[in-house]
Every structure is written in structure tokens, then in C-alpha cells.
Design a protein. Structure first.
Length: 170
């Protein structure tokens, strides 16, 4: 009866004689990560490993941001010739950290000026705008005096003067 069940299940049945055992299959599918990597396993086992991973990821992200800013600045600068731009790009590829540091130190002020110019000149509108002075309400005698001047010049009528006088007194 056992032979009938084996034939009914097919060639790779767990009960068949020529089928691979489960342990043989799992041994072939798993690989030793420690043998493939020179420093050992690539695992985050503790908080300190996770902290250092985050720190280095942050540093790398900052590096990439500054690198792209430098490339944008290189091609935004119209005063720099094409040959100098090519030399900077070559150095940024060959010696990235050192050339990036030198570029930011040597041309940092110009980077900021070109960045402000590309944004439309920075805060010119805010610098030109001067808010109006705070309007102070003069005392009632000054209000009545200014209304009297308007009445004398013919700008307002006697009825309007009386309204302004009444407003000033209340």
C-alpha cells in the first residue's frame, strides 16, 4: 500500500526514494554571509550599531547634498571658463572629499551670492518696504482745530464740521 501512495504522488514526493530530502534542499538554499563578507556578518545587533548606521547615513546624505550644490554652482557661474569647470568636475570625481572641501572654502562666498541671484535677488522687496508709522489719535482739541482749518479753507461744510466736532468730544 505504501508503494501505491508513492506512485500516486509523483516523482518528487517526500515518500519517493529518489526525491531530495528537505534538509538537503535547505542546505543548498542557505548561504553563509559570514564567509562571503570580509568583516563578518552584516547585522545590526545593538543600539550602538544602529546609532552608527544612522550617523553615517546622515553624513553621507549631507555629503551628497553639498556635492550637488557644488555641481549646480559650477554650472551657474558665468565667470568661470569651461576648462576650469571641467577641472573642478574631474577633481570632484577623483578626490571627492578634499576637492569638495577646497571648493566650499575657496568659492563659498560666491556660491552664496549666485544662489541669492538665482532666487531673484534675495530680500530686496522686504528691504525696500517700510511700514507706515503708527497712527496716533490726537487729543480732541487738535481734532477740532484741524476740522476748523478744513472748514475755513472750504473743504468741508458747517454740518460736516459739527459732526467731526461731536465725534472728537465723545
Amino acid at each position: 500500500m505504501r508503494a501505491e501512495l508513492v506512485e500516486g504522488r509523483g516523482a518528487y514526493s517526500p515518500l519517493a526514494k529518489d526525491s531530495p530530502m528537505e534538509s538537503d534542499v535547505t542546505k543548498k538554499l542557505t548561504r553563509n554571509t559570514q564567509a562571503n563578507h570580509p568583516r563578518g556578518r552584516l547585522e545590526v545587533n545593538s543600539f550602538s550599531d544602529f546609532f552608527w548606521l544612522l550617523l553615517w547615513a546622515f553624513v553621507f546624505a549631507c555629503y551628497l547634498i553639498v556635492l550637488f550644490q557644488v555641481f549646480v554652482d559650477l554650472f551657474r557661474d558665468h565667470d568661470l571658463s569651461g576648462w576650469w569647470k571641467a577641472i573642478w568636475v574631474i577633481f570632484l570625481i577623483i578626490v571627492p572629499f578634499l576637492s569638495l572641501l577646497i571648493y566650499v572654502i575657496a568659492r563659498g562666498r560666491g556660491m552664496a551670492e549666485r544662489h541669492l541671484e538665482a532666487q531673484g535677488g534675495g530680500r530686496r522687496d522686504e528691504e525696500v518696504y517700510v511700514p507706515p508709522p503708527i497712527i496716533s489719535m490726537p487729543n480732541p482739541t487738535e481734532q477740532i482745530a484741524s476740522a476748523q482749518k478744513l472748514l475755513d479753507s472750504g473743504t468741508i461744510t458747517q454740518a460736516e464740521f459739527d459732526q467731526l466736532k461731536q465725534k472728537a468730544l465723545t
